[in-house]
Design a protein around this ligand. Structure first.
Ligand SMILES: *[C@@H]1O[C@H](CO)[C@@H](O)[C@H](O)[C@H]1NC(C)=O
Ligand SMILES: *[C@@H]1O[C@H](CO)[C@@H](O)[C@H](O)[C@H]1NC(C)=O
Length: 216
């Protein structure tokens, strides 16, 4: 990993070098995901998470490969110069930047991200709105109304495990049970509820809610 700094007048921008060949793989939740690295490694090959280099997830040498539970690696692919690391069931906890090392030198960085889940809910007025929250550290939930004259993304709550902070309009209505629950849906609550992972800057879920109009 490397970074460089550009000077524009008084502004200083530091760019993390994702351009240096870091690739990204988008996994479907609970499906296998395979990270690849084109590198013929004649010696000891290791896959780790970038920020946990001591925890080897899979390793290969000329005679065999071994992997930790939840991962799989093929000796044939290693010998062919295309070492794969398979995550047997991708989920939020397996996201991150993975590094492949050959004889102690970083040869590939691959980021595993999860696909945004899009869910649709239709409710009747008065029913609660449930926004499913994946088990992950800190998420932000925002709302874009379907029939707003000027569509805007409104920040409604931040959830950090059990803790929850909501904007004044939602303080009384929103609570954290297993979901972020907003009481007493109105027609004006129709729209998209977006759950963003703050640390990883990833959109995890979009819940499209339609609150049916009252019958007359
Ligand atoms: C690992 O991959 C091999 C093929 O490369 C397959 O035969 C084996 O069943 C896989 N193991 C697991 C635990 O998924
Ligand atoms: C809601 O999300 C869907 C799917 O991502 C998108 O097509 C639609 O335009 C969004 N609607 C609003 C009001 O943002």
């Amino acid at each position: 990993m490397w970074s460089y700094t550009l000077l524009f007048g008084l502004h200083v921008f530091t760019l993390a070098a994702t351009v240096s060949g870091e690739r990204s793989v988008t996994a479907k939740l609970h499906h296998p995901a395979t990270l690849t690295c084109d590198w013929k490694c004649p010696g000891s090959l290791k896959w780790t998470l970038f920020d946990k280099p001591g925890n080897v997830l899979a390793r290969c040498d000329q005679t065999s490969c071994r992997s930790e539970e939840g991962f799989n690696i093929s000796h044939d692919q290693y010998l062919k110069g295309n070492p794969h690391l398979t995550i047997t069931a991708a989920d939020y906890s397996t996201r991150g930047l993975y590094t492949c090392q050959c004889d102690g030198t970083d040869v590939c960085d691959v980021r595993l991200v999860t696909e945004t889940q899009v869910l649709s809910r239709e409710i009747t007025p008065g029913e609660p709105i449930d926004v499913y929250l994946p088990l992950t550290d800190r998420v932000e939930v925002s709302f874009t109304a379907t029939d707003a004259a000027q569509p805007s993304d409104l920040q409604i709550c931040t959830v950090n495990n059990e803790k929850i902070w909501c904007s004044p309009d939602y303080k009384e209505r929103a609570s954290r049970i297993n979901t972020l629950q907003i009481k007493e849906g109105h027609v004006s609550d129709s729209g998209n509820y977006t759950v963003r992972d703050v640390e990883n800057e990833e959109t995890l879920t979009i819940v499209k809610v339609h609150v049916r109009g009252k019958r007359v």
